[in-house]
Design a protein around this ligand. Structure first.
Ligand code: NAP
Length: 322
């Protein structure tokens, strides 16, 4: 039995682990993929206070090592289910809480075992949003990528396009412009959601071309991608021949595991305020999978700290009642 189980070893989950451990609790972090979350795909972190410049992978590795050295157990196991030990639903539990009944502990089942904890923190993050075009999944790895830092090198001296208008798309285009012959930045509007500093940097690159007010309507190619069909806002359609397409149109929360246990909003984000408390006692949420306005490395780390300290408070209060 652990005090706290954290699901997800990204910046939010690992920050929560650090705070949980330092508050004297036993902490298990479970991660189904690899540690670090989405930050590992960021070429350079330049906006984390106290760190001038560091690669996302290096940042994630330092954070992972820090949590481990402090005493967090981190297991690379995919979580399959999360349930209250007494099997009650969120709504039964809310009723029980109103009646002042004590909540049971939580059971987490993974691909390798069953673990129990007094509190659980969901730090499951978000996954890449798909364009939803026919053959998009089939062509992933065959001309389509969602990670410029992972796959950019395959397109050295080739023509690529990046789709999106947020900071990820802008950073991807900048990164790719270092290696690729041509980089087309395709965005559905004429202004960017991402950082202006990145837009200015892109404008200075001779091999970067902006295709604005345009959406991708089709993928061209047999076994691998050879081009895309584009539709402009004015209805005009054209074909752009490229060797690679990097899709960076935002994320969707990874909250399928939590949906039976806590309330989520219309987009699937786990509902919680700045205190990171979900609608179910003993279950907390941190990072990109929480309902909030700003999703950044700093806010993920901040959530991790808050969720862990709230979990600690919950466990201490529960113990004091017993
Ligand atoms: P994002 O900010 O949500 O931007 C997604 C972009 O994709 C938007 O420009 C959006 O267009 C476009 N888009 C969404 N759905 C689309 C569709 N179906 N077809 C075409 N275009 C579509 O996502 P992100 O860039 O991945 O960033 C996620 C979060 O991480 C943000 O909070 C961002 O600030 C943060 N981030 C920060 C940094 C940094 O600080 N260095 C780096 C990367 C990411 P519209 O603009 O028209 O909605």
């Amino acid at each position: 039995m652990y005090d706290i189980i954290i699901i997800g070893a990204g910046p939010a989950g690992l920050s929560a682990a650090i705070y949980g451990i330092r508050a004297g609790k036993s902490v298990l972090v479970l991660e189904g993929k690899t540690y670090g979350g989405q930050i590992v795909n960021t070429p350079e972190v330049e906006n984390y206070p106290g760190i001038k410049k560091m690669s996302g992978f290096e940042f994630a590795t330092e954070l992972y090592q820090q949590a481990k050295d402090l005493g967090a157990q981190i297991k690379m196991e995919k979580v399959l289910t999360v349930e209250k030990a007494d099997g009650r639903s969120e709504y039964d539990l809310q009723a029980a809480e109103i009646e002042g009944q004590e909540n049971s502990h939580i059971i987490v089942t993974t691909s390798k075992g069953i673990y129990e904890a007094g509190a659980v923190i969901f730090a499951t993050g978000a996954k890449n949003r798909l364009l939803g075009l026919p053959r998009e999944k089939e062509m992933t790895g065959a001309g389509i990528s969602y990670c410029a830092t992972c796959d950019g090198m395959f397109y050295r001296n080739k023509s690529v396009a990046v789709n999106g208008g947020g900071s990820t798309a802008l950073e991807d285009a900048l990164f790719l412009s270092n290696y690729c012959k041509e980089v087309y930045l395709i965005h559905r509007r004429d202004t960017f959601r991402g950082e202006q500093k990145l837009v200015e940097a892109l404008k200075k690159r001779e091999n970067v071309k902006f295709i604005l007010n345009s959406v991708i309507t089709g993928l061209i190619g047999e076994e691998t991608l050879t081009g895309v069909q584009i539709k402009e806002k004015n209805g005009e359609e054209k074909v752009l021949m490229i060797d690679g397409l990097f899709i960076a149109i935002g994320q969707e929360p990874e909250t399928a595991l939590a949906k039976e246990l806590v309330a989520v909003d219309g987009k699937g984000y786990i509902q919680a305020g700045e205190d990171c408390k979900t609608t179910t006692q003993g279950i907390f949420v941190a990072g990109d999978c929480r309902t909030k306005a700003i999703r950044q490395l700093t806010t993920a780390a901040s959530d991790g700290a808050v969720a862990a300290l709230m979990a600690v408070e919950y466990l201490d209060q529960k113990e004091a009642k017993q």
